[in-house]
Structures are given as C-alpha cells and as structure tokens.
Design a protein around this ligand. Sequence first.
Ligand code: NAP
Length: 280
Amino acid sequence: MSRAITAATLMAGVVGDPIRHSLSPVIHNAWIEAAGLDAVYVALPALPESFAGLVRGLSSGAALGVNVTIPHKEQAAAIADERSSAVVRAGAANLLIFRDGRVLADNTDGTGLLSALRAAGFEPLSPVVVLGAGGAARGAVQSLLAAGVPSVRLVNRSAERARAIAAADNRISALGWDDARHALDGVAAVINATSLGMTGQPPLELALDLAPPTAVVMDMVYRPLQTPFLGAAKARGHPTADGLSMLIAQARPSFEAFFGRPPPDVDVRSLCERALGEAG
Ligand code: NAP
C-alpha cells in the first residue's frame, strides 16, 4: 500500500484471537484504497480478559469501529451500549460501531450468510439443515428463521447443545448425527457450520443422496476454500456457496457502517484467494 498514514487517517479493524491470518484486512483495505479514503483497517489481537478494555479505549475516539471474531462475539454483544435486533436474536455481535463514545453492536454474519445462499439460488421456502451448534450455527439458525424458512433441522455431535438451541423456538428441531442423512429430505439448503473439513480437522462425511438436486449446499469453512463436502456437492450437481462468499458478504455492510458508503466494485475474492494460497 503506497498511501501515506497521517494523523488524520481514520482507523477501523478486526479484533480476535488468533487474528494473524484474518482475511478482513485484505478485503477492507482493498475497498478503502479503491474508494480513495484516508483510512486503514488493522488486525488487533486480544485475549478474552483484555477485550472489553481494548474496546473501551478504541471507542473513545481512536477508531470508527471494529469487526469482532472468535472468541469475542458473545462478549461484544454483552458489553455494547446498544444492540440491533440481529444481535439480540443471535446473542452475538461481529460488528461494533463507535459513535459519540457509545458502542453500537450489530451482526452482519446473518446478512452475509443469506446473501451468499441467495447468490447460489436459495429461496427460504422449504426447511433447511444446519450442521453444528456453535456460535456460527446459532447465528445461521436465527437469520434463516428471520428470513422466513418454515423450519430448521439442527444436527450436532453433542445433542445437548442442539437441544438447547431448539428449546427456544418450535420451528427448530434438534437431531443427532445419525439422523443427518434422512434430514436432507425436501430441504432448500444444507449448511455446514461445524469446523469439520477445516485444514487440520477431519472431513465432513455426509451422504447427500436424499437431498433434492436443487438444494443449495453451503460450507462456512474457507480454509481450504474447496472442502471435500463442497466437492461432493458439486459432483452431484448441487448449487454451492463457499465460506469465502459468506465472509465477503458480511464485510460489505460492515464497511458501509464504518465509512458511510457501500464498498466500491473491487475483485476482493481474487485477493482473498491469493492470500489463502500464500498462507498454504
Ligand atoms: P464453535 O463455536 O467452536 O462450534 C464448532 C462446531 O463444530 C460445534 O457444533 C462442534 O460440535 C462441531 N465440531 C467440531 N469438531 C467436530 C467433530 N470432530 N465432529 C463433529 N462435530 C464437530 O465454532 P463456530 O464459531 O460456530 O464456527 C464453526 C465454523 O464456521 C468454523 O469453521 C468457522 O471458521 C466457520 N465460520 C465461517 C464464517 C464465514 O464467514 N465463512 C463465519 C463464522 C464461522 P460440538 O458441539 O459437538 O462440539
């Protein structure tokens, strides 16, 4: 980047742990540069015990706001002065905007998920299977229901975690892994929100033979970009959406919230693919 950083340069960033390999700086700095903004987007490491102090410091004028990632999304929702309805629904925030010393929490993960699904042809007219019951799955379930899907079939290794989420809404059913294949009958989409398939983790093994051919298959994992699960879905002819499409789609409303304008038209996907390739 050849831009000069001066005392007038505005700052936004992403807070997490670990954060060194985050793609968010790649995405936002490309948009900042193309938009000609005098701003910079940085990655800020923070342990859970120092997160609230860091946010307090940044919110007193040092930054426009921050994205928030693992493991701070729940804490971000808890410490905010104001929460959007998406944050209240998910119990987690991935975006904190600082305004007049106040911290406003939002959650653009759900918007990102839905945009990525819709770009692959998804319509919220039939049930959806969500695999996983962690933070990403919980957010996905809430945004799918808010978008109008009639029901969500939630499949998780630890049945307790899935049941706890299902208890809050009778449109959610909790299923064990053994039921996953049959749960695909008649779905509009199946979404992997577990860490299975991530580099260093076991692959996600789920036969898709009972899913309708039109079902959109999405994998939130983006390291690697092409997971064995997505490969199997493509081989069967399913429309697919990868984790990078969701990541870029959640970054768009974040950029707009920081800088008051939508991001310019830049091929950030290619930049991310290159960064993922270089990271190995
Ligand atoms: P998390 O809270 O740690 O949840 C992990 C989930 O994976 C749990 O449901 C866990 O099941 C399941 N799991 C882990 N290992 C498993 C195994 N060996 N067998 C079966 N299930 C297993 O993580 P998270 O924050 O929800 O994130 C989940 C994934 O989504 C990660 O890969 C993350 O990178 C990705 N993600 C992507 C985006 C994006 O923008 N693309 C955004 C958010 C998250 P148990 O409950 O049984 O432990």
